[in-house]
Design a protein around this ligand. Sequence first.
Ligand code: ATP
Ligand code: MG
Length: 264
Amino acid sequence: MARWHYQRALSEKPQGQVWLVRSEHGRTGYFKFVHEDQWPYAGPFIANEFITAALARRLGFPVAALEVADVAGPDGIWQHGIVSIAATSPEVLPWADAPPEVRRRPEAWLRNVERLCQLVVFDAWTVNVDRATDRNLILHRDHGDSRYDWYLIDHSLCLLGAPYKWASRDWRDPYWMNLWKYHHVPEGLLRLQSDWRALRPMVERIQQLSRSVVDEAIATAPAGSLPPDQARQTRNLLLYRQRHLERIIRLWLAHPGVKEYRPH
Ligand SMILES: Nc1ncnc2c1ncn2[C@@H]1O[C@H](COP(=O)(O)OP(=O)(O)OP(=O)(O)O)[C@@H](O)[C@H]1O
Ligand SMILES: [Mg+2]
């Protein structure tokens, strides 16, 4: 595991702080950590990140590499958290910063766009309430490449997320069957995702995953990051939504309202 060094603070929110960090080998990373009093907004975020990434990889969605790390801040105080490691390509940018023509015609600019079109199914299964800012999908490109590769980041609020996620409704509440109420797809992708024929293979792939695959993903949560009762709940949630996934997606396809992120 690499040693990571503080470069600068990027953001400070109730759900956690993010620092730009650099490894001894010159890699760029984004280090997220929380203080104890942030539990209601952060929950078991390290476990959520690892488990969701393991499931994504299993289904063929590229995700950022993750490492648990301790990093000393400018005040010399060590923080414990997780590093999301950036691609080494010279061009790395969030979907929100992609040129408008890329968002208008992703199929002309991206590799592996068929898989990206199925992302809504994965986000539905894992109750992702946080894809919609268009910052949690990253594009990258090497010199001389005309097309971008892509990968997913930031699954801290997937699965059990943080306690506030369920404050007014339990995860079995019918509200959570209505994906459009808490999830918007990245801008420009809806056109490619609004077709049962495009989504069905991923719905079936997830339905066919065995319980042991779910258990193996949960077992990737670093030691101490997920109390046993929450590991059980995470398992129940995933199996419950696996059973209801076709209905969730069919309801979403049939819904006529806004389903795509619109920057203001
Ligand atoms: N592996 C990565 N590659 C490129 N950029 C990344 C990567 N991981 C994180 N980032 C950048 O760092 C930002 C913060 O990371 P993350 O989304 O995990 O935290 P967050 O708490 O949701 O913060 P924010 O609300 O700023 O997105 C991302 O929006 C993205 O721009
Ligand atoms: Mg984010």
